[in-house]
Design a protein around this ligand. Structure first.
Ligand code: C2O
Ligand code: CU
Length: 478
């Protein structure tokens, strides 16, 4: 399968000088040997060409880029998870038509973590992401360096970014992207699973520890990841999420990864023999979607949300001597001080005639339903309707800390590790959280940003069809 290298598809690129990034029409192979139409971000630096580059930056670094839109439709790039001013954030109001460009120039203020970037034009995110636009944005800090040294990891060989997507492909290898009211309500599901744009992916590994940085950049599918050796689920360590390394490693055998979420894990193949095969699967779960239970969900995919399926294979191909141990602590997470913080109630109602809302609002570029005061701390209490779907709820520009989950479905409770109903992936810093039907998730968020003047951002569902359909609102920091 494709693993990030020095150039080409997902080549690792350190943007230490101004560069050009061009979303464009390209020929790709979703099925081997069958060229098809797709979109990619292309960057050319020196004699190297990158497609959907894996950006690698150091905290504090400045990034200067020009996006030259070579598509036949408008687009804009959003740097997902970054603390950034609204001019650089990729708000849909800043989308530019084909043939025009947009300049970005901003410092990297965030912690080390697996961030990412993707298109954000109004109503076109789902299509542009599905056709191939999107990639990793890896920021590194001293905690990553310490972990790399402790475990002898190196990006691209033993520390591997893995981008998971599902798509539908016809016999000639072309992507199928159909829209109808039912698909708009549920979201696009595909029955072919891609990792790093590779179908039926496999990776040769050695008998040692690997750091895998997962990103779910699908349109609407949730995955429940597990590593299987035969029928036995391997134990792995969850070490990071949206906002970087957690305080400590958390052992697990299964983990949910909702849309736009990142999950960093350590998997140890030392207990395996050369010749062993380990399968990464998505395990069965209740999709909790009242609209799709009858199987007649009117889309090209034959694979439902919540079904069990294979994602990729690890071939244990060589043995190596390796005696490193996972460090007991990974980073320091300072809890947000919530003394005196006000609570804001956000309701995600059941759909009304197939349409989703946030507090009775849908996206209107001119309207700002939520304003918050600079430097204030708030508790956002997000309640999802009992007859809704799971919604991955994302906020731009800030990261939050999950305080508690209440009224969670059993499959979430099964993975919870504390009295607040939180799973390992709820610890640390987050920018998107999957809220299940009937559930309430409360998180603390501090709106401290160093940019002058009112800043306009977005708060939305990251199911791309929900977002495109308008399950998205402006918010601004005064
Ligand atoms: Cu990754 Cu507004 O989104
Ligand atoms: Cu949604």
């Amino acid at each position: 399968m494709n693993v990030p290298g020095d150039e080409g598809l997902m080549g690792i690129f350190n943007p230490d000088a101004p560069f050009l990034i061009s979303p464009k029409n390209v020929e790709m192979e979703f099925l081997p040997g069958k060229p098809a139409a797709g979109f990619q971000y292309e960057t050319i630096a020196g004699d190297r060409t990158y497609y959907n580059p894996v950006f690698r930056l150091i905290k504090g670094q400045q990034m200067e880029a020009t996006m030259a839109n070579e598509l036949d439709e408008e687009t804009i790039i959003h740097w997902h998870g970054l603390e950034i001013d609204s001019v650089n954030d990729g708000h849909p109001n800043n989308a530019v038509p084909g043939g025009e460009s947009y300049n970005y120039n901003f410092p990297i203020l965030n912690r080390g973590a697996t961030y990412w970037y993707h298109p954000h034009p109004d109503k076109l995110v789902g299509k542009q992401a599905y056709f191939g636009l999107g990639g990793f944005y890896i920021v590194e800090d001293e905690n990553d360096t310490a972990l790399r040294n402790a475990l002898d990891l190196s990006l691209g060989s033993t520390e591997i970014p893995l981008l998971i997507q599902d798509k539908n492909v016809d016999e000639s290898g072309q992507l199928i992207f159909e829209m109808n009211p039912m698909i708009q309500t549920i979201g696009v599901l595909g029955d072919k699973i891609f990792v790093n744009q590779t179908i039926k992916p496999f990776l040769d590994v050695e008998t040692r520890i690997y750091r895998l940085r997962f990103l779910n950049s699908s349109n609407s599918r949730t995955y429940k990841l597990a590593f299987l050796k035969g029928s036995e689920k391997m134990t792995f360590n969850i070490i990071g999420n949206d906002g970087g390394l957690l305080d400590v490693p958390y052992q697990a055998t299964e983990v949910f990864i909702g849309l736009a979420e990142r999950v960093d894990i350590l998997i140890d193949f030392r207990g395996s023999q050369v010749g062993d095969e380990v399968f990464l699967k998505s395990m069965a779960f209740d999709p909790m979607d009242p609209l799709t239970v009858d199987m007649d969900f009117n889309q090209p995919s034959t694979l439902m949300n919540g079904e069990e399926f294979y994602i990729m294979k690890f071939n244990v191909a060589a043995s190596t001597s390796y005696d490193r141990q996972i460090p007991p602590t990974l980073s320091t997470i300072e809890p947000i001080d919530t003394t005196g913080a006000g609570e804001r109630l956000i309701t995600l109602p059941n759909p009304i005639e197939g349409v989703w809302f946030i507090n009775n609002f849908r996206f209107n570029p001119e309207e700002v339903p939520i304003t918050v005061n600079r430097d204030s701390t708030e508790i956002w209490s997000i309640f999802n309707g009992p007859a809704a779907m799971p919604h991955p709820i994302h906020i731009h520009a800030v990261q939050f800390q999950i305080l508690e989950r209440t009224n969670s479905p059993q499959q979430v409770k099964d993975l919870a590790i504390d009295g607040a109903g939180r799973m390992p992936t709820d610890m640390g810093w987050k920018d998107v959280v999957l809220v299940w039907p009937g559930e309430t998730v409360r998180y603390a968020v501090k709106f401290s940003i160093p940019f002058e003047g009112e800043q306009l951002y977005l708060f939305h569902c990251h199911n791309l069809e929900h977002e495109d359909q308008g399950m998205m609102i402006n918010y601004s920091i005064l």
